[in-house]
Design a protein around this ligand. Structure first.
Ligand SMILES: [Fe+2]
Length: 305
């Protein structure tokens, strides 16, 4: 899929959710919670694929977008903080709707800026084939992207690709996600490396410097090889981080199961000893009642004599 079409579709999806939130009545707390969770999930995934792929690629290949992409990263940063605060906030909290309103305003401003300033430049300077390849990699990355905001994590490569893969897995643990993460990380890194390498070659060709005997610029080769080395290192780290995250999640789940079992068994023991104690005291009480009644009878007989 074309990268810009994919991002615009995402923008439409969140706009629909924003309208649904705005339509919810003051007391519609359940609806507000549901919609806020969907918004959190959509925006977390959308920010991750832009930061892992779209921004790095356009910064390296498109002229005149450096400022707008840096501003976009800062806007994402604020959105992720607000989302993380909303994550554990009760919709009945007096700040919940106010916070959501500020979040919506921020995202709408960000979307306008991307669609009016950034996307037209990218569309002009990147070919259809490149945009399609980039979109395909973004679609793959979205399948394993984090579903919760992680505002403290790096938002540029390679840190965000390593951290993003681990966060995506921690957000929804499973062996399927782990395998997908490794594939998507490799394809994302390959793509970034390829774009960075091409871009540096083009620059060198335009300036007429650094051409080597095989016709390829030494600057281009260096940039491309650096990108590839970083890519392979990041892929290895991401894969090992993903493995660790998945294994520790399995251990935590196992420990939770054991604790639940132990607590169920002690509850059963406690219930049984309570039953025994109760039945013992009932028997004793009945015995003493019988004795008391017997001696009362004897006293009454003695008195009547
Ligand atoms: Fe964005």
């Amino acid at each position: 899929m074309d990268a810009i079409t994919l991002l615009k579709d995402d923008h439409k999806t969140v706009e629909k959710l924003f309208k649904r939130f705005e339509k919810a009545g003051d007391g519609a707390y359940k609806e507000k919670r549901t919609v806020a969770e969907k918004i959190r999930e959509e925006l977390s995934r959308h920010a991750a694929i832009e930061e892992q792929l779209f921004y790095p690629v356009v910064r390296a290949t498109v002229d005149g977008v450096e400022d707008v992409t840096l501003e976009s990263l800062e806007e994402h940063h604020i959105v992720k903080w607000v989302l993380s605060e909303l994550d554990d906030m009760d919709p009945k909290d007096e700040r919940f709707t106010a916070k959501m309103t500020v979040l919506i305003e921020n995202v709408r401003h960000h979307v306008d800026e991307e669609e009016d300033e950034l996307f037209p430049k990218v569309r002009d300077q990147l070919g259809r084939k490149d945009l399609r390849e980039l979109g395909d990699a973004m679609e793959a990355a979205r399948r394993i992207a984090p579903t919760h905001p992680h505002p403290r994590q790096p938002d540029t490569p390679p840190g965000n690709i390593v951290g993003g893969a681990a966060a995506g897995i921690a957000d929804r643990v499973g062996d399927g996600a782990k395998a997908a993460a490794q594939g998507a990380v490799s394809s994302a890194q390959d793509l970034i490396g390829r774009f960075l390498g091409n871009r540096s070659s083009d620059d060198a060709r335009r300036s007429g410097n650094g051409r080597s005997s095989n016709g390829r610029s030494s600057r281009g080769r260096t940039a491309s090889s650096t990108a590839r080395t970083a890519a392979s290192r990041s892929t290895r780290t991401a894969s090992s981080t993903a493995k660790k995250a998945s294994s520790s999640a399995r251990k935590t789940a196992g420990a939770a199961k054991r604790t639940a079992k132990a607590s169920a068994s002690s509850t059963r023991k406690a219930a049984s000893s309570t039953r025994k104690a109760a039945s013992g005291s009932t028997k004793k009480a009945a015995g003493s009642a019988r004795k008391a009644s017997g001696s009362a009878k004897k006293r009454a007989t003695a008195a009547s004599r």
